[in-house]
Every structure is written in structure tokens, then in C-alpha cells.
Ligand binder design. Sequence first.
Ligand SMILES: *Cc1c(COP(=O)(O)O)cnc(C)c1O
Length: 456
Amino acid sequence: MTGPTAAPEPAAGDPRTPWSGTVRRTADGSLEVGGLDARALASAYGTPVYVLDEADVRARARAFVTAFTGAFADLAGADVYYASKALASVAVDRWVHEEGMSVDVSTGGELAVALRAGVPGGAIALHGNNKSDGELERALRAGVGRIVVDSLEEVDRLADLAGELGMGAPVMVRVTTGVHAGGHDFIATAHEDQKFGLSLASGAARRAVDAVLARPELTLLGLHSHIGSQILDLSGFEVAAGALLRLRAEVAGDSGTLMPELDLGGGYGISYTGTDAPPPPEQVATALADVVRRACEELGTPPPRVSVEPGRAVVGPAGLTLYRVGTVKPVVLDDGGERRYVSVDGGMSDNIRTALYDADYTATLAGRRSEAPAVASRVVGKHCESGDVVVRDVLLPGDVSRGDLLAVPATGAYGRSMASNYNLVPRPGVLAVRDGQARFVVRPETEDDLLALDVG
Ligand SMILES: *Cc1c(COP(=O)(O)O)cnc(C)c1O
């Protein structure tokens, strides 16, 4: 184990940087994003606040679209879906759609946001292991481009519903291939003990495919797999894609139906602290195109149109959270060392990932320069829970004190979207910044919002 490290300084273009493309230090040491000084943002809009770099979101969306369209041009083409659960907001769905992405939703709420953003139904995919009849019906009426079925029961329920509405339903079958990936590694098991998908090994996936083919209300577009998240090593995708393409070829041989599409899911990793160097979209796209090309040649089947579903990799690095420091408290450790507990004005209600997944984040002093020697610090929130940690270990200047601003990078994904009102703390807004302009795209909650829900 190495000791805590300081946040890396902003370095646009460095593959390891956790900061978005427009973050830089001003001459007097403050942090700037989207052309705006952190001090000005904090005093005008309050803290805590999620700051989202619009140019960075758009650039990441465009990079994925360009990379996949290019790499699959000589196959059957590719589509990139934004997994909107990472940060579902009308503005974000609109930006990424303007940059050429389609949008994944997994609930009625995410569907409503995508539709309000003006994303056409045909560019929306509906996921979920437990979709309600109401959600399926809304998706059908919106004309969604694909519904990813997740159980045998759902196949017949969807077909019945489509029949009642006098509509057809385009369907993909979610397959669990036994490949689980995350970080720098993947594992492969035959049988899966989890709630998503239909298993390849048990034959459930094949039974679902046959069930879809047996229902004239359903059009079988293809197979789908999503193998994990925060994936840095691409080899898990290669194993999963090979397994899906074999099933596709087998179904074609038996039934004469060659599924036109293949969805390889999302889960591409990002840099949270500056130590990981995630593969850029071109490398991901080229690797996946190579696998699909090779497997289809070996199987003697024409290649499918491929889709992928990045969420975190589109919005994660584009967001940072600005907090104001409150209490600072030194705590003596058993080994005689000291850890500085730096309390901020948010915490596990705006970022649950540290507590939930043991996720690593980093933080930096955002409003001024400091020459004070760095001390081992832990950034904690204001909630009544000792696990309320935002950044477990980080070196911060020894003079950090009440009133200072801290910025935590890479909070654009699964921050606001997983936020809660624990301790009745209102959820922060999402402040979009671009070219020196700022505006809330999700406004901050107020105590009145919370009281309005409490009907006594
Ligand atoms: C969560 C999810 C994604 C996106 O995962 P990221 O780690 O945000 O890229 C894509 N597809 C499906 C089916 C998912 O459940």
C-alpha cells in the first residue's frame, strides 16, 4: 500500500486526467471550468453544486460516435447509445443526441426525460429486468427503436400488449454470457447468480430467442449483453461478443433468421483519481470491430450492425462537484499518525459511490493556491453516518480551513442520478458551464420542495 496522494493538476489531453477538458488553474491558483472561476460559481450558485462541462460532454459523445462509425464502416455500421441512467437530464439527452447518439432508458422516468429532450422514439432503447406493463405500453406508444427483453415471461407479456395495441415491437434479448468485467480484469463463469438477462449456458437465452421468433407481434433485432462497469481491459468484451455471435450463427442455422443487430453494452472505464488510463474510444471501437470481423469470418455469417452503450464514459469526467469546507478535525490514528477529517457541505447524499462501492475519488483545493505542506486527509460529508465519506484518502494542503472550496473531479456520472435526500438534505443542482456562461440544467432542490412532498 502506498500512502495517500494529491489530486493531479488539470492537464487537458492527458489520458489519465480525471478533470474535464476546460478545467485549468488561474494565475492566482483558483480552479476554472468552462471559462468560469470556481469562486464565482460557488458564490453565485451556492454549494454543493454539480458543475457539468457541456463542451466536454459533447466532445466525448462525438468521439464515441466518430470512433464507432469509423471502425464499423466496412462491417454493417454501428450506433452509440447514451446510457442515460448515468445522468438523466433533458439537456444532457439533447446534447448527446445532437452529437449523434441514441439514448438508453431503463424506466418510465428516464423515458419521459428522453422524450422531453426531443429524442425521437426510434432512437430510444428500453432496458430493465422488471418493466411494468405501463412502461412497456408507453415505450410502444412512443415508437421506441428497441425493447431489450430480460425474461421469458416478458416475451409473452410484451407480445400480448403489442397485439392489444395493434403494434409491432422490435426486440433484443439480453443474454448473460458468464463474462463479468470491471477494472483491469474479467472473470468468466458458466452459471450466473444475478438478476439480469437470460443465461447462455442454461439454454434460457436460446429459449427466449425461440419464444420471440414464435410471436408474430415481435421483430427479433438481435442479442444484447452488458458485462460490467468501469472496465479498463477490453478482453472481456471480446469473449462476450464471440459467445453472442456463435449463438446468432446457431439461430440462423436452425431457424433461417439472421439477427441484423448486436448490442455489446457499455461499462467503459474512466479515470477517477489520475492513476488509470482508460482506452480512448478509437481503441475500444477498433478492438470490438476486430472481434466482430474475425468471429463472423470464422462462423461464415455476415456481420451484424453493432451498438454500444457508454454512460459513465460520456458524462463522468465532464462533471465535478464543488463543496464548501466546514469543520476540519485532526484525528490521531492507532499507529500514532494523524488524519485530517475535512467536512464538506454535502456528502453521501450527493455521492453515494464511495460508501456503496468503495469507489476512489480525489479532491483539490479549488479557490486559492496554498504552499502549506500536504497532510493526509479524508473528505467527509455532513450526514449522521460514519460511512459518509466522499474521498477516503487524499493529500490536501495543511491550511485547508472553514470556508475553503474543494473540487472533486469525475462526479458527472452516478452522482446526481444516485443522489438521495438522506437527513432531508436537498439534492444539489446540475450547473452546466460553457464558454463563460453558466445555467442550471437541473435546478437545486429546496427545503420547500421537500416539505411539499410531506403532506402531514
Ligand atoms: C449501466 C448500463 C450501461 C452503462 O454503463 P456505464 O458503466 O455507465 O458505461 C449500459 N448498458 C446497460 C444495459 C446498463 O445497465
